[in-house]
Design a protein around this ligand. Structure first.
Ligand SMILES: [Zn+2]
Length: 293
């Protein structure tokens, strides 16, 4: 495992610099014995590298560029650029974020459009000097899902920037699910009826960190979304943005408080922004969901 990690360190360093051909070669050299998260990394690097070989980059606004394969996207390029600009503006204004990071939005090559990518419809990854959002070509045929996916993925940029990468996964997905338009009523009802169980904050975090896609993981995304919708309905989305900033503004006093009280950062941020304990937040969000919101 030690040796394997050294090799992957090289591949991932290239990947995070978006040097995809070098990353792909390094990953191919490692070759056999791909397991767990390394298989995920391999598939991800491969998809982005195969795309890069035939793609062109175009700037669509000061803070974003679009990477597409002209032969594959044809007239769809305008559609993606428009959807992206609308999505970025929508999410930025809702959560009080003014686009301080560079974005590379990539429409992945058709040959990589397979169900093995860990994102449901796309993913967002922080690279060294930009955020890269990747979406499958197949989404172009479903404009509303494309728009919602772009809102979801851009919310990960907003969370990363406002919290200075300090948010736990459940907060990250909570805001992303809220940003994409929330959770459908028929799905919320499955929690209300008890068909799906409502998880504690710790259980929710553990489920979201699972590598494999499963029904449990899908439900965890939805629950995170419902917690976000509850917060937005009670306090407003602007307040959710303030909550995110509370992670990032953690100066001296918060550090001291954490050490003395042993509190986690999300606990401190929930208290600071909403005046609630985490347990109260999850219980109230569940009661709100049960009441049919
Ligand atoms: Zn997400």
């Amino acid at each position: 495992v030690g040796i394997e990690n050294v090799d992957w360190g090289v591949a991932l360093a290239h990947y995070h610099a978006d040097r995809l051909e070098e990353a792909y070669e390094a990953a191919l050299d490692i070759g056999a014995g791909l397991l767990g998260r390394y298989l995920t990394w391999f598939r991800t690097i491969e998809a982005e590298a195969l795309t890069r070989r035939r793609s062109e980059l175009r700037r669509i606004t000061e803070f974003a560029e679009l990477e597409v394969i002209p032969d594959e996207i044809g007239g769809g390029e305008r559609l993606v650029a428009d959807a992206a600009l609308r999505a970025f503006q929508d999410v930025g204004s809702r959560f009080g974020y003014s686009h301080e990071s560079q974005i590379r939005l990539t429409v992945l090559a058709q040959e990589s459009d397979a169900p093995w990518l860990y994102g449901r419809f796309g993913y967002c990854i922080a690279k060294n000097d930009l955020y890269k959002i990747c979406v499958p070509l197949s989404l172009l045929g479903r404009p509303q899902e494309l728009y919602d996916t772009l809102r979801h993925e851009y919310a990960h940029v907003v969370v990363g920037m406002l919290t200075k990468d300090r948010a736990p996964r459940w907060v990250d997905e909570m805001v992303a699910m809220l940003a994409e338009g929330g959770v459908r009523r028929d799905r919320a009802r499955l929690f209300a009826t008890g068909e799906w169980s409502w998880l504690s904050r710790e259980e929710l975090e553990a489920e979201l960190l699972e590598l494999e896609d499963s029904e449990g993981r899908f439900m965890a995304y939805l629950q995170a979304g419902l917690v976000g919708m509850y917060l937005a309905s009670r306090f407003g989305e602007g307040k959710v943005g303030e909550f995110l900033r509370a992670f990032g503004s953690g100066g001296h006093w918060i550090e001291l408080w954490r050490r003395v009280r042993g509190s986690s950062l999300d606990e401190i941020a929930i208290r600071a922004a909403f005046g609630l304990k985490p347990g109260e937040l999850f219980e109230s969000a569940f009661q709100w969901t049960r009441a049919g919101r």
